[in-house]
Design a protein around this ligand. Structure first.
Ligand code: GLY
Length: 391
């Protein structure tokens, strides 16, 4: 055959195969988007109930775990609807988000917990991003006033939990960093620096005491409230006291990135980067970016993953990329989203529950919600989508 004809055949074959590939890629992303939209519809049509917020689902029994507003997870469902509104522009989501958000209001008086940020800021705070609403602002400031009643100046921290009093005197968990966003915003809204200053004290104490030499974080520190001494460094949800519980690492990375946003204090940025480095370079972080529930779980690779930890870090690193320009952070966020937009993770259309993603892990200490769809996995997934879109 003539050489020119051969070249022409080769070029034609290449053209056809590229075209097919383009078609199949665009079909794939179209069908993923359709699948996500189907999941969103199930969330917006989920029956309103002021006393019962969807938290997770056991897919084996098809039982949705529902919780009252005092549960630490109650604000996420409203937050999810606000974020889907931001992604789609469809007013139906906003209207439903407002209704679920209103059910959280009474938590502004609840001083029995440190989880005020998770409950109030992830619902009212997300709403405030969408619309300027004085009622929401007042609720955030009142909630911040309630939260700071748990602050002890001798320790320099906000007390996390009130349970387990026989063992702990003044427990502070790494998760508590997440509640500081509510305090920073309360100062911006009210002009009262008390909230901002307490947030800084808490962050500084956490920075000083919570991190190991390798920049992983312990879960629980128990303090002596009379003199501020550390009584113990332990775990509650990890496999053991010295292990690296994946979501805890996520709270640390997210918490210190967010603290940097409000303070521009380099020591917070450096800690976020150092713990991110521990997380991203860990030998037990799987190729697809979704961590096992604890980096030291004994049966890796036969251990449940924790999608929630992956998306908390993905969201934080999208923000950290904005401060550093380091592509490593952006690449991780993108990889996590790419992995999650696969059939293994997005729940199938046939499953009638108000969640998007499978395979988050809740609380191993109670053998509860391991490898299940959980509301906060969806929340940080949606937040990552929005943050990547904004970049
Ligand atoms: N803040 C509780 C948890 O991460 O499970």
């Amino acid at each position: 055959m003539n050489k020119n004809i051969l070249i022409l055949i080769f070029a034609f074959t290449l053209m056809i195969s590229c075209k097919n590939e383009t078609n199949s890629n665009s079909e794939d992303s179209e069908s993923i988007d359709t699948r996500l939209e189907e999941r969103y519809k199930k969330m917006v049509s989920y029956a309103l109930d002021s006393t019962s917020f969807p938290r997770s689902v056991n897919l084996k029994t098809n039982t949705i775990k529902k919780v009252p507003s005092k549960d630490w997870t109650s604000g996420f469902f409203a937050g999810n609807l606000w974020q889907i509104y931001e992604l789609t522009g469809d007013e139906t989501y906003k209207n439903q988000a407002k209704k679920w958000t209103a059910f959280i209001e009474k938590e502004k008086f609840n001083d029995r917990t440190h989880d005020m940020g998770f409950k109030v800021f992830n619902s009212f705070g997300k709403g405030l991003k969408i619309e300027d609403n004085q009622v929401y602002k007042d609720i955030i400031v009142k909630s911040a006033q309630t939260l700071i009643t748990r602050y002890n100046d001798t320790v320099g921290s906000i007390r996390s939990w009130d349970f387990n009093k026989k063992r702990w005197d003044f427990p502070v968990i790494i998760d508590n960093m997440m509640n500081l966003e509510l305090l920073f915003e309360a100062t911006k809204i009210s002009g009262d620096s008390v909230f901002h200053n307490i947030a800084i004290k808490h962050a500084n104490t956490t920075l000083k005491n919570h991190f190991r030499p390798n920049n992983s974080t312990w879960h629980v520190l128990d303090y002596n409230p009379e003199n501020g001494d550390i009584r113990m460094r332990v775990t509650h949800q990890g496999i053991n006291d010295d292990s690296s519980w994946a979501r805890g690492q996520g709270w640390a990375i997210y918490g210190f990135t967010m603290a940097y946003r409000y303070t521009k204090d380099d020591k917070y940025l450096n800690q976020a980067m150092a713990t991110a480095s521990f997380f991203l370079n860990h030998k037990n972080l799987p190729e697809d970016g979704i961590p096992y529930w604890d980096f030291d779980a004994p049966n890796i690779p036969n251990e449940p993953r924790d999608v929630s930890a992956g998306v908390i870090v993905a969201s934080a690193l999208a923000e950290l990329y904005g401060y550093t320009g380091d592509e490593v952070y952006l690449n991780y966020s993108k990889k996590v989203i790419q992995t999650l937009k696969s059939t293994d993770y997005i729940l199938s259309d046939e499953i009638e529950v108000p969640f998007v993603l499978d395979h988050s892990s809740g609380d191993w200490s109670k053998r509860s919600e391991m490898d299940e769809p959980i509301v906060y996995g969806d929340y940080y997934f949606l937040e990552t989508l929005l943050r990547l879109k904004a970049l």
